[in-house]
Design a protein around this ligand. Structure first.
Ligand code: HEM
Length: 719
């Protein structure tokens, strides 16, 4: 009895000891917490984050077990004909630290680069041998399924019966990015996704493209001569020259014609000497190319028929990216919105870029007042863009009603049919003015954000790839000609202008077109977003499974309410589908067969829908890729077609890019005009430099360069 009492006493003592220590610790912690509330919150938050990470890591390990099991049994040489299909399962959610927010902040900051990095890491995860073609991120408490292979993307974007829609994403963009304040969602859905959306779809029609491109061609023919005018005063410069910080080094006004030529020759001679001395060997960096000696020598040859125009700049320096994006933006936006709109809003482009610089943060819902995120300026720029479009709409309605639109809107006859029809469709639906203004501001952004930067990148690649400029000039020469007006008899002659056959450029110039496709592959990071309307299953193709080194295709369950994100840029830079993905290869998209112009547009549309696997089979059958030997080009070029294959840079489904047909012509048009009219060499702080890839800012859409590309431009006055 006594010993029992002792045991129970000792037991109660031994249990009460830790309890009192625990109590003391809790009391102490609470006291510290009360004394230092911020420190306490940080500790609690950290503990919650660690717990979240542990839990999500365990969930991730469990969800990926099937991949691991298969990975361990996968032989290095995959079985040629996989057959078995695993039961469908949801994509594994990657572990994360912060509850609710999940991967949201990393995505807002890292953009599609985060997705590319994550996909690469998953592919290269040798410990698990996982080759997932779909994984999930958590953002704002919703699951975003990230699709990385073409066969899954195709089922989601192209299958008309797939229970997905892009509307939720558009509503979110209108609310968070365009600050529609509920006005967009308030539009009658039947009108919004009926008449109003149908007007956008009309942009793909030949009637719209033909007239919009005709007007663009006319302006490009006239204005390319004055891409840099040579005017030294900012007052006399165009907006694109001012933004590009154009600096006139040698002006013709100060010289006679022979002085100009000899000065230009000696300048280039000394530049060549210094360049060859300072860089005797070409750089080994894959994306940096010293201009080859023959190229520079060819620049030193006097032009065949040099004729000086009084405005001719001799040597001018400019920042290439702003020069091109403002030049293209001014012209394309004028074609769509009319001259008055651009004249009344001279800073509209600058506002668009400023807003675009925080696009992913807007989309993530980061409040504009949050300190340290740099959102105030972009939010103010956004407000100005919306106000400008709203004022334009109000004037347009007055003009359409036969009233006086006001002195700032003296000529609204040049507003494109798309913008007029959309304004009318909005009015008919009873939409609030803010809804129409934010929606058309989004279209203005869509016109400018991708195409302008692509022209810059395409030029960058053509000028910087040894030999390519010469080849492309030879190819496009029949379609871009310089016309000099007859002498006026006055002291100042009218400036020469180009004569451009844009259809010829698109259908008969596979090298230029191939360089354009390859530029999109490397520099565009388009996204397609859809939400799942009811549970459904997508299954990888055998081909994709094989490429990922697995024995059998996987099927994924997508659940109602989840989101699907297809980051096209991740696929475009995936070495499994695009060998040596960092290499710029203007012939990568060449396929042997009828030329597009000869085989008709239908065949191209068909080929766009083809999956990578299908095009691979077809290519193998027809013996592509086409021989890349540049010396052989003329033998092959007559039989070459440029095919998107599995690249889906324009997105897909109901919300596929509506500017595709316009943008395709637009980009080759601007690029061809500038390539024929201007010579360029890169310059650095100490003079002539070398073409170095300027890096990319993180983001979505076509990326902007991280560093300035300063170039020295010389106008070609005859070819
Ligand atoms: C080379 C340049 C361009 C690229 C790479 C591009 C790409 C895209 C992509 C990926 C989408 C989303 C598609 C999806 O959700 O699946 C899109 C939408 C759109 N793009 Fe483009 N775009 C370009 C140029 C243009 C131009 C020049 C215009 C106007 C003239 C334009 C107008 C639009 C419109 C209106 C939408 C929304 C379509 C809808 O909601 O139905 N885009 N674009």
């Amino acid at each position: 009895m006594e010993s029992q009492a002792q045991l129970s006493t000792s037991m109660s003592t031994s249990t009460s000891m830790p309890t009192s220590i625990l109590n003391q610790t809790i009391t102490k912690t609470i006291t510290i917490g009360i004394q230092h509330p911020i420190a306490a919150l940080i500790v609690i938050f950290s503990l919650v984050c660690i717990a979240t990470r542990i839990v999500t890591s365990i969930q991730y390990r469990t969800a990926t077990a099937v991949f691991r099991n298969e990975g361990s049994s996968t032989s290095p040489t995959p079985t040629p004909t996989p057959t078995s299909i695993h039961p469908p399962q949801p994509a594994a959610t990657l572990p994360y630290w912060i509850p609710w927010l999940g991967h949201g902040l990393s995505f807002a900051i890292g953009g599609t680069e985060l997705l590319a990095r994550t996909t690469r890491q998953l592919r290269g995860d040798s410990s698990t041998s996982m080759s997932m073609s779909m994984y999930a991120l958590m953002m704002g408490n919703s699951r975003h399924n990230i699709v990385t292979v073409p066969s899954l993307a195709q089922q989601i974007m192209d299958d008309r019966h797939a229970p997905v829609g892009g509307e939720a994403f558009i509503f979110r963009a209108m609310e968070y990015v365009w600050d529609a304040r509920g006005s967009f969602e308030a539009i009658d859905p039947a009108a919004l996704w009926g008449d109003i959306h149908a007007v956008l779809a009309g942009m793909l029609r030949e009637s719209f493209v033909a007239s919009a491109i005709k007007r663009t061609v006319e302006t490009v023919e006239r204005d390319t001569w004055n891409l840099v005018s040579g005017a030294a005063s900012r007052v006399d410069q165009s907006i694109w020259e001012r933004e590009a910080r154009v600096e006139v080094l040698v002006s013709p006004q100060s010289q006679t014609k022979s002085q100009q030529q000899s000065h230009q020759q000696s300048q280039l001679q000394s530049q060549l000497q210094s360049q060859l001395q300072s860089h005797p060997q070409p750089q080994s960096h894959p994306q940096s190319h010293l201009k080859s000696q023959p190229q520079l020598q060819s620049q030193l040859q006097p032009q065949s028929q040099p004729q000086s125009h009084p405005q001719t700049p001799t040597i001018v320096e400019a920042s290439l990216h702003p020069l091109i994006r403002y030049f293209v933006g001014e012209i394309a936006s004028t074609v769509l919105y009319g001259r008055n709109f651009m004249e009344n809003n001279p800073n509209i482009m600058a506002d668009l870029w400023e807003m675009d610089s925080r696009m992913t943060l807007f989309m993530a819902g980061v409040p504009t007042w949050l300190p340290g995120m740099g959102m105030r300026g972009p939010a103010a720029a956004r407000a100005r863009v919306i106000a400008a479009v709203q004022e334009h709409h109000a004037a347009l309605y007055r003009h359409l009603d036969g009233q006086d639109p006001g002195y700032r809107w003296s000529d609204m006859s040049d507003v494109s049919s798309v913008i007029v029809d959309r304004a009318q469709a909005f009015r008919k639906s009873g939409a609030q003015p803010r809804a129409a203004a934010t929606a058309d501001a989004a279209v203005l952004w869509a016109i400018n954000v991708n195409a302008n930067a692509l022209v810059f990148w395409l030029l960058w690649y053509v000028y910087s790839t040894p030999g390519l400029l010469t080849e492309i000039r030879a190819e496009i020469r029949p379609y871009v000609q310089l016309r000099r007006p007859p002498p006026s008899g006055l002291s100042v002659n009218e400036a020469p202008r180009l004569a451009i056959d844009v259809d010829g450029l698109w259908t008969k110039c596979p090298l230029l077109k191939g360089a354009f496709f390859e530029t999109m592959r490397l520099e565009s990071r388009s996204l397609t977003y859809k939400e799942v309307r009811r549970d459904f299953v997508v299954t990888e193709s055998d081909h994709d499974a094989r490429l990922l080194g697995r024995q059998s295709p996987h099927a994924y369950l997508l659940r109602k309410g989840e989101l699907i994100c297809i980051p096209h840029g991740v696929h475009q830079n995936d070495e499994k589908y695009f060998p040596c993905p960092d290499r710029f290869d203007p012939r990568r998209f060449w396929v042997k067969g009828e030329r597009e112009g000869e085989s008709g547009r239908g065949s191209e549309r068909r080929s766009e829908r083809e999956s990578e696997s299908e095009s691979k089979t077809k290519n193998e059958k027809t013996g592509v890729p086409v021989d890349h030997d540049p010396l052989d080009m003329r033998v092959h070029i007559s039989n070459v077609r440029v095919d998107y294959g599995g690249m889906r840079v324009w997105g897909g489904g109901k919300h596929m890019c509506k500017g595709k047909t316009f943008a395709e012509r637009e980009v080759v048009l601007f690029a061809a005009a500038i390539l024929m009219q201007w010579d360029m060499v890169p310059v650095g702080p100490g003079g002539l430099s070398q073409w170095l890839h300027p890096g990319r800012n993180a983001g979505t859409g076509t990326l902007s360069p991280k560093h300035d590309v300063r170039v020295r431009l010389t106008r070609r006055e005859g070819w």
